[in-house]
Design a protein around this ligand. Structure first.
Ligand code: FAD
Length: 162
């Protein structure tokens, strides 16, 4: 999401600095080679990418990076992922940590309730892309196939950064 915003702002002629916590972009879905290609593409567009960096402080016209560097900024876009809102599930007595906890067949301890999509947590993982969610829907539709055998796990996804 942050990369999409950065690319769009750059297309509009803004000076853009992309600050990223990890040592590579989209680390959960891209391997090192693909992440390097994406980084090169963004850099070619004039986006100043800072990896292994977070923001220590946001001020009116600048931000302070975790490396102690002050970066001029009139706008700050924060894209640090979403967390499932599991209040309803919790109130229904389901186990929830990062999301609604389900097994490989998406079953919760309540036989009448399955967890599918971004709200669901399997083996400590949550899923913020369409492809794994669609694979989960397929598991649910098929009534018992195992999610790990359905090919929609973490690496699968389509990206709109053009
Ligand atoms: C801006 C943006 C860009 C994205 N870009 C990409 C991308 O490029 N590629 C990609 O793979 N994924 C992308 N995603 C992620 C993708 O959209 C999600 O992973 C996917 O939509 C999750 O599907 P879902 O059915 O689990 O949840 P959702 O699509 O969020 O659907 C949940 C539905 O439940 C409804 N709901 C919530 N609470 C209740 C309630 N109490 N009662 C009744 N209904 C309720 C909501 O209104 C909503 O319609 C993007 C997401 C966003 C926000």
């Amino acid at each position: 999401m942050g990369i999409e915003a950065a690319a769009a702002l750059r297309r509009r002629g803004r000076q853009v600095t992309l600050v990223h916590l990890m040592d590579r972009l989209i680390a959960r879905q891209l391997d090192a080679v693909a992440a390097r290609a994406l980084l090169a593409s963004l850099t070619e567009r004039g986006i100043d990418c800072r990896l292994n960096t977070t923001l220590a402080r946001i001020d009116v016209d600048s931000v302070l990076s975790s490396q102690g560097e002050r970066l001029p900024a009139t706008r700050v876009v924060i894209a640090i992922a979403v967390a499932p809102e599991a209040g309803l599930a919790q109130a229904a007595g389901l186990r929830c940590q990062r999301g609604v906890i389900a097994d490989g067949q998406l079953r919760t301890p309540d036989a009448a309730i399955s967890a599918v999509g971004e709200c669901c947590e399997i083996d400590g993982n949550t899923f913020g892309l369409l492809a794994p969610c669609l694979a989960q829907a397929e598991v649910w539709r098929s009534g018992g196939r195992d999610y790990y055998l359905c090919g929609g796990f973490l690496t699968n996804g389509r990206w709109h950064v053009a």
